[in-house]
Design a protein around this ligand. Structure first.
Ligand SMILES: NC(=O)c1ccc[n+]([C@@H]2O[C@H](COP(=O)([O-])OP(=O)(O)OC[C@H]3O[C@@H](n4cnc5c(N)ncnc54)[C@H](O)[C@@H]3O)[C@@H](O)[C@H]2O)c1
Length: 310
């Protein structure tokens, strides 16, 4: 059992605490906001291996030394830099430190840290206790040993780790997500399709495959020459705007922020809310399907080794 500290008891921090507790770690969850601490504790439930505190300094001495710390405070560079700098001064160089930023650069985050070689970005996805992938991103000062240790810790906890070789804004997953979203908003604004049609088409055309086959393997299946021919005539016609779409500006200005304000691209009535809850309930089944491919591949490899007498 390792001792971990999660900084920030919001959406991500609470799910991260739940995830690492489930994996048998001892977890302290830190938040200066009493209401956030109470809400997180209520969601997680009582456990001897779990504690909350307003600051890391307020933890009882029995909670040190700590093996790893994950920062999940709001996405503001100055705040994160200050929190990470303070953590690096409080904990010795053997404590691994990570940030769960959605896309800030690791080099900027680590600027005020002592021993920045033990720091990396571990970008989890919401809900962090369910979605398997984590992007692991090095800062320029991150040591290869730190990347290995984080990868091993996350893998042991059941995560699928994607190790990046460069520190770039948005990492990989958010870059892909925004590239697709830019085209979606362009098509909505042009009146080519409505929001519901676009969501349905994406789910049934791309989504059903994407959980099982990534976009690169899919190109091999479809034929790279075909993809190349389409790319030649299609790229000049794709959205290439460098500022957010007008429809996003308008929704934000009108306070139509989605589920949290009951109005976004959809109206969040009881039916819509039930649908979102059904989707959340089905996620584990989709993840199990995605993992099944790998389990079968591992079984194949094992049978091959047995057949060769290894
Ligand atoms: N929400 C998502 O879908 C998502 C997904 C991936 C990554 N992230 C990233 O995770 C981080 C947290 O996001 P969130 O959605 O959980 O935010 P959130 O607003 O739900 O929670 C942030 C929490 O941090 C607390 N906090 C503020 N200052 C603090 C401090 N000095 N020390 C300790 N706690 C402090 C706040 O009180 C709040 O409870 C952000 O960097 C975000 O970009 C979010």
């Amino acid at each position: 059992m390792e001792t971990g500290i999660v900084i920030g008891a919001g959406i991500m921090g609470t799910a991260l605490a739940r995830h690492f507790l489930k994996c048998g770690h001892r977890i302290a969850l830190i938040d200066p906001d009493e209401a956030a601490r109470a809400a997180a504790a209520a969601q997680i439930g009582p456990s001897e291996e779990f504690i909350t505190a307003p600051t890391p300094e307020a933890l009882p001495a029995a909670w040190g030394p700590c093996h790893f710390v994950i920062e999940a405070v709001p996405e503001r560079l100055e705040l994160k830099r200050q929190v990470l700098g303070a953590l690096s001064r409080q904990f010795g160089p053997d404590t691994l430190i990570a940030s769960n930023t959605s896309g800030l650069r690791a080099a900027d985050l680590a600027r005020d840290m002592t021993h920045p070689e033990r720091f990396a970005i571990a970008h989890f996805f919401n809900p962090a206790d369910l979605i398997p992938a984590v992007e692991l991103v090095p800062a320029p000062a991150t040591s290869p040993q730190t990347m290995d240790l984080w990868e091993a810790l996350l893998t042991r906890s059941g995560k699928k780790v994607a190790r990046l070789r460069a520190d770039l804004p948005g990492f990989v997953a958010n870059r892909l997500q925004h590239a697709m979203a830019r085209e979606c908003f362009h098509l909505l604004e042009a009146g080519v399709i409505d929001a519901e049609g676009l969501d349905t088409l994406t789910r049934y055309a791309l989504g059903v495959r994407l959980a099982l086959i990534g976009p690169i393997l899919q190109r091999d299946l479809n034929g790279i020459d075909t993809h190349h021919a389409i790319a030649r005539y299609l790229y000049p016609d794709l959205a290439a705007n460098t500022t957010p779409a007008q429809v996003l500006d308008d929704k934000c200005a009108a306070g139509m922020l989605g589920r949290k304000t009951a109005q976004g691209f959809y109206t969040w009535d009881a039916r819509q809310e039930r649908r979102a809850q059904r989707v959340e309930a089905l996620l584990p089944a989709v993840i199990a399907l995605a993992r099944q491919i790998e389990t079968e591949e591992n079984d194949d490899a094992e049978m091959g080794e047995q057949a060769r007498g290894l």
